[in-house]
Design a protein around this ligand. Sequence first.
Ligand code: BGC
Length: 923
Amino acid sequence: MRIENLRVNHVVNPVGYEIGTPVFSFVPAEAEGTWLQTARIQVAKDTGFEEIVADTGDRAELNPLGEAVEMELLPRTRYFWRVLAKSDAGDEGVSSTAYFETGKMDEPWASKWITVENEERDRSNPTFRTSFDVNGVVLEARLYISGLGIFEAAINGKRVGDEFLTPYCTDYIHTVQYITYDVKDLLNTAGDGANEISVELGDGWYKGRFGFEYKGDKGFYGDSRKLIAELRIRYADGTEKIVGTDETWTVSRGKVLYSNIYDGEHRDDRTGANPEKLLLLPEEECAKLPLAARLSLPVKAHGEIKPVELIDTPAGEKVFDLGQNFAGIFRLHVHGVPAGETVRVQTGEVLQGGNFYNDNLRSAKSEYIYISDGEDKVIEPKFTFYGYRYAKVSGMDEVITIDDFTGIPLYSDIPTVGKLTTGDAKLNQLISNIQWGQRGNFIDVPTDCPQRDERMGWTADTQVFVPTACYFTDPVAFYHKFLKDMRTEQSVRDGLVPNVIPAFGMPGTSSVWGDAATLIPWALYLWYGDVHILEDCFWSMKSWVDYITRTDGDNHQWRREFHFGDWLALDHPKNTKDQVKGGTEDAYIADIYYMYSAQLVSKAAALIGKADDAAKYAVLAGQIRSEIRREYFTATGRTTANTQTGYLLALNYDLSDDPERIYADLIQLLTYKDYKLTTGFVGTPYLMPTLTAHGDYRLAYDLMHNEEYPGWLYEVNLGATTVWERWNSMEADGSVSSTGMNSFNHYAYGSVGQWMWQTMGGIAPVESEPGFKRASIRPVPDYRTGFVRAEYASASGTWRTSWEVTDETHAKLTLTVPFNCSAEVVLPWAKNEEDKERTLTAGEYEWVIESADPFHTVLTVDDTLDTLLNHPQAKKVMLNYLPQIDQAPPEMRKRSFRELVQEGYDVQLLAKVPLIDAELRAL
Ligand code: BGC
């Protein structure tokens, strides 16, 4: 047996993270047998496991998905752990040794917060320094450090660590994270042992303008940058040396004159280091900076992107095309620029008229201004990031070459766990767009977009995307930090969940956005099967629902409050280009999400042993359901919410007494729209799953393959390399539709990834055995897609599925069920009863399945009008020749197209029948 994926609190070998009661998880793999019989976790102070601090003993019920082990932890201490396990076939395994290391915990800091004079006037970055000697054999050296806004530390001129934008983005009133680095290898122990540490600070999220509530140059959280650092060196003789920030450090201001998340960076290399006065932060100010061990995963540079072209634009600009929209920084080789001359880099996502364009970034300048000292050098921003595909560089026109520029994607270091490949190149491009959308928006906080003057943790955007994120990557620890920040914000707002997390002073809330408090933990529980996620979040889930209940009062006030609703849907009666509201009544959506959140609180309570709460919130959910039915449904089951999203919610939350009627109404609305969606942030994730659940596979796949506006492949055809904010972010002629709110890297509509994994890949979690210990396997083959291969390294092991359509009625399917897991294979489209349902345990399987309906029907002019009009592409062919034909009465619809034409419906068309027939056959 191999035992893999050892994690503590879902992080691999965390150093200096907030640990609390550690939750251990692992994956038993490649074992003989079917089930895990026993497992045991041992934690020790040493790698030889002689000084054991915790040992669970062999236990049958030990949960590999998350086992909390109570133990006393000491500050700044490394613990080693391993897993010993045995399968039902007697196969035994011992994992390799993993570790975790505590931070300072409650230990007081042996250092002081320091700052610099004139912070309110001088924007240039301060750099703090001190020198120290190392004299002895160094066993260990750790740097515990935090600097606001963003710090970059160096020891003896070498960068400490490989992280960017530290100490990351939190609500700094309540949490200031410190980062722990192992710096042993950076120390100079040779000769006289002279060492120097320096730390430069930029504005970051703390000081600079960020969010909507900043005041001038003063950031929402603060206006003066500050630093605390503590270097601890442990010598072989048992002694310890501490180098901490205090009044003996020096400070100067230097080359970086200005830096800011939205606007970029300004650097003047003619400037030397100008000494400034160092200040100790007054006691009362220090008390306002609650230092806490990190939860943020490291933001790292992930590879490099070389430009595909250096464009000479019609406007005479030099623009690098990186070929991929992403978020990060760049490296620019500056050469041939005389001292005092300026090089300016600006970034944008799309070109317009072949020229550089960035009006959609609104007020974000998103630039880098560099004043040369005449030397050739490579420059790289450090205190900002950009969301871009194109970079315009001015000031080097005569000398610039394509090799001078390199894009560097930055994102939180989250393991990739899923790979989905199809037989359709455009769908594969969409899959890539979804993944890049996630990367660009996972820079410490799950943001809406990475380029314009927002880049904030908008709660709905990420809530709809969580399942998709969980298929492609393992984001639990990333969301763990976000959810902790959410709890912090709620704790000072009586349960209200602000629309963005961290809130940056923004006061509002809304249904669907705030419901992230229940929806995200629940999704993580389904995908990871770790009940501790629900324990951690229970207060937050419950207090959100309590907040709504209080607001709702006795007169349904909640539905009257402001809500964003089905954001960016296309069915608002006043459907202008830059409309943001959808056509589904906000109140209807708000009440349904209130009910669902109450249901989730009840389920979570039951799972963590809070029976009273489970009962209480189940009753509440029932009451809300009755109110919803009274307000928005007729006695016969029709609904007032006559939109695609309205019907989808009614069906998914089982609100109507006549779901068939509601479904028929949904299909009718779709036909009116020529089978195009009109849904926004709320409705979109339900659309294709609902059609699939009703057996309308072809309709669901039609939406996927649709290349016209609105749709995912419309974007792909227009060259998208990420997912857009609006269905119409770009018009068919390539022009940007509006600049008020229009990003080309917004992952919310990438939520379709969930359907792609569950229907194309056919892999979904099962609530009764979450974490993919049991999976629902329901792939639906599609003729146009050809084949799909899915590989998903779930929390319980690696699942693999594939299918390939081999002829008009057969598909070959394969499945790998990992060790210790089981599968419910459900194929309602299969012809033979025995193929429709199977329960399987670990193993590899392969079948050829016959479909009840052909995967591909060849349509001809001899098909009935009804058949042809019910087929989106055939309908288009029909309408092309007979624009009114969709209004034909029922009797006519029963006749074949050939008969109708021959009988004189349109004699002009007689000659064209063979041509139309060929067009239909080619579909
Ligand atoms: C953001 C969204 C967000 C929305 C809230 C926008 O400005 O970019 O994606 O959810 O506001 O309405």
